[in-house]
Design a protein around this ligand. Structure first.
Ligand SMILES: *[C@@H]1O[C@H](CO)[C@@H](O)[C@H](O)[C@H]1NC(C)=O
Length: 252
């Protein structure tokens, strides 16, 4: 039986008749993932044999995803809670949000990455300015034709800009599915008490304020505050990467 359980709630503000049955399929985990309460609640389980995961039935070209998550407290070392958008194939695009657990009392790592045309290795990692196990917080991806903006409680932490004009690929013509999963990277003993809720409001580019959204000066300053105080890894400044040559967007 699944011991550690991730409960994922679907709030249907944007998609009126949304329910997990209609929007998502549980794709792996052999019964550890369940859709309950007439499709309003999705739970993912993790035990020493397996984790579990789900994916959206639909693909989206652009969107804004708000996930409300409360991460497992106590010993979460080795667990990975992830949600990401991804297209298919060898030249796929992908946008990642991952939470790497830790031993009791030590902080989680928030890991982000962006793949364009199959090319990733654009990792940036952060500490959080609050304890993510105490309460629900909102972790968002805004993907529009000009930006991919990562946000934590509406605070921008990363802005991957469309620099196609400078010859850098940007995800813009491969629709992506939303995936979420809970697994134990280390394969250790079961963890208890994980609880995650998500509010999913994906769009197809048709409407929504997010479609034209950019960071104004105030929000750019807030992002720089987060990056100077809470960023713990940046592929652009990693000495090993710099020695071999970092991607062109790092110097822009
Ligand atoms: C776990 O905590 C230690 C000590 O604070 C830190 O150095 C390490 O990066 C953390 N590990 C993860 C996966 O966040």
């Amino acid at each position: 039986m699944a011991v550690s359980v991730l409960a994922i709630l679907l709030a249907c503000s944007a998609v009126a008749s949304a329910s997990f049955d209609k929007e998502f399929d549980i794709t792996w985990g052999d019964g550890r993932g369940k859709i309950l309460n007439n499709g309003q609640l999705l739970t993912l389980g993790l035990d020493k044999v397996s984790g579990s995961g789900f994916q959206s039935k639909h693909e989206y070209l652009y969107g804004k995803i708000d996930m409300q998550l409360k991460l497992v407290s106590g010993n979460s070392a080795g667990t990975v809670t992830a949600y990401y958008l991804s297209s298919q194939g060898p030249t796929h695009d992908e946008i990642d949000f991952e939470f790497l657990g830790n031993v009791t009392g030590e902080p989680y790592t928030l890991h982000t990455n962006v793949f364009t045309q199959g090319q990733g290795q654009r990792e940036q990692q952060f500490r959080l300015w609050f304890d993510p196990t105490n309460d629900f917080h909102t972790y968002s991806i805004l993907w529009n034709p000009k930006h991919i903006i990562f946000m934590v409680d509406d605070m921008p932490i990363r802005d991957f800009k469309n620099l196609e004009g400078k010859g850098i690929a940007f995800p813009k013509n491969q629709p992506m599915r939303l995936y979420s999963s809970l697994w134990n990277a280390a394969g250790g003993r079961p963890r208890c008490g994980s609880s995650v809720g998500t509010e999913v409001a994906p769009g197809t580019g048709a409407a929504g304020e997010w479609y034209n959204q950019e960071l104004d000066l105030t929000r750019q300053q807030r992002m720089r505050w987060v990056q100077s105080n809470y960023m713990i890894y940046n592929y652009c400044t990693d000495p090993k990467r710099v020695a071999k040559g970092v991607p062109a967007e790092c110097s822009m």
